[in-house]
Write a protein that binds this ligand. Structure first.
Ligand SMILES: [Zn+2]
Length: 222
């Protein structure tokens, strides 16, 4: 049984790394943000609650996130363990979580703010079909134009320098104390989130003393 928390700022590749670990080790990947999105899309009671909060321009509260995580973990379908992303979100939840679940490790994907800024400000969105682009990694064939539908690419409304500065400040204000609590118990492995996804994954596994990643299906000799 392996129980991990993964933490990292937006653009740090947290979801990708958690997904890779979960797929290979049979862990349940609990992404709190995805659970909120799923509920909104499927018009559940919780989804309606989340939608109301967001319509008022507010962030989904810590209590709601805590309830989601508690319900999800109470399903006990995580025979081999879990990796959780988007929680705990404050010091109280971190203490509670440590006492309740006997965590094996906290993976902290470390990305300097300057690199977050570079990555996030390179994001583009097709104004026609909604396809995502990143001018650093997946730029379109014709600059400024969608490969699929040809519509102009635009920046997301909240991907401005100013909005990002606010998000980064909020992230550090919330996350740094949580990391400090975990670090006191010596659970945290801090991994450089700048290399390629495979290099980051290898680094995480080495630091957690996990076996190296299995080659992808179809790769290598049979
Ligand atoms: Zn398009």
């Amino acid at each position: 049984m392996r129980k991990y928390v993964i933490m990292g700022v937006q653009g740090s590749g947290k979801g990708t790394q958690a997904g890779m670990l979960a797929a290979d080790l049979d862990l349940v990947h609990i992404a709190v943000g995805d659970i909120f999105r799923w509920n909104v899309q499927h018009h559940t009671k919780l989804g309606a609650q989340v939608r109301r909060i967001m319509a008022d321009g507010l962030l989904v509260g810590d209590d709601l996130a805590e309830g989601i995580v508690r319900d999800r973990l109470a399903q006990h379908d995580w025979n081999y363990g879990f990796i959780i992303d988007g929680f705990p979100r404050n010091e109280r939840q971190a203490e509670f979580f440590l006492e309740s679940y006997d965590i094996d490790g906290v993976i902290h994907l470390d990305l300097p703010d300057s690199e977050v800024r570079r990555r996030v400000l390179a994001r583009r969105l097709c104004s026609g079909c909604g396809m995502d682009y990143n001018l650093l990694a997946s730029s379109p064939h014709v600059p400024g134009q969608c490969d699929v539908c040809g519509a102009p690419l635009v920046r997301r409304e909240d991907d401005t320098e100013e909005a990002l500065a606010v998000r980064l400040r909020e992230y550090h204000e919330k996350t740094d104390p949580v990391l400090a609590i975990f670090a006191r118990k010596e659970y945290v492995v801090t991994v450089d989130a700048r290399p390629s996804r495979d290099e980051i994954q290898a680094d995480i596994r080495q630091r957690l003393r996990l076996p190296p990643c299995q080659p992808a299906v179809g790769a290598g000799a049979r």
